[in-house]
Ligand binder design. Sequence first.
Ligand SMILES: Nc1nc2c(ncn2[C@@H]2O[C@H](COP(=O)(O)OP(=O)(O)OP(=O)(O)O)[C@@H](O)[C@H]2O)c(=O)[nH]1
Ligand SMILES: [Mg+2]
Length: 284
Amino acid sequence: MGRTVWYPGHMAKGSRQLLELCGALDLILEVRDARAPMLTMSPVAEKFPASVSVWTILSKADLADESVTSKWLRHFKELGRPAWSLDLRKNIPGSLKKSIAASAPASSHRRNYRESRVAVVGAPNVGKSTLLNRLVGRRAAPVGGIPGVTRGVSWFKGAGCVVADSPGILDPRSDAAAQRMLSWLSSSKGQVIGAWDDLARECVDYLRSRNIAPNALSAWGIEPYGTASEVLERIGRRLGKLLPGGGVDAAEAGRAFIGAAAAGKLGRFSLETPDCPAVREGCR
Ligand SMILES: Nc1nc2c(ncn2[C@@H]2O[C@H](COP(=O)(O)OP(=O)(O)OP(=O)(O)O)[C@@H](O)[C@H]2O)c(=O)[nH]1
Ligand SMILES: [Mg+2]
């Protein structure tokens, strides 16, 4: 078991606000990062009663390994869960928008027609507000590269639907190791969880142990051999992250490496497959 992790107050508040809404909702859009759909699973989506449909959006598909994303889509299909993989930087399919607008209960009386009530939920920084903006067709909700941008639940009006944005909520069951992995996707605040150089060493070891994106380390012309510390040293020299005496500033090198990995600058990769989730023992 890992250490207990600290949760900001807005996560508990956001979770409570969402559950209070549940009687009013037709549909939950649960956003997960396509690179790690288990790690970024939403703890609130499964707390809603079965009467509320849950659809899964695998976001940032442009950063994930395409063949692994196909496996995840098959996996969700087998579970009977509607799922889409999307690059939310681009417009979303009209067919998805139409299905969302059609998720309100059907009524034979035209005057009883109402808009679908939809909530977007998910872990921090997975793209919830970006998806909401795509659904309402404008930049209504603030978006940002760091987790914790959205603080409370608020409603926005789209075509045939009203959509609630919500703050990113981390699964309180996930331990410190899982949260450190989330920092590689910038879904948790790395600096809260550990030193940047430790996070980077763990990331290097993980990528190598899973043979993920063999090109990731060589993208910067870095030899992937030796210990993780030696690799980080090379990364620091390559990026010029040096201390006054000429030694490598490991923390700065680590921060740059994690930032680049999270932003897709090391190429596309997926941290886990349906057969081998990131935190299950024996999968490395
Ligand atoms: N490459 C890529 N970037 C994306 C995608 N979706 C969102 N982003 C980026 O991811 C970052 C986070 O997006 P947000 O929409 O603010 O995420 P959020 O889930 O609302 O974040 P919080 O409110 O902080 O929990 C932003 O920099 C977005 O531009 C995607 O599909 N592909
Ligand atoms: Mg947001």
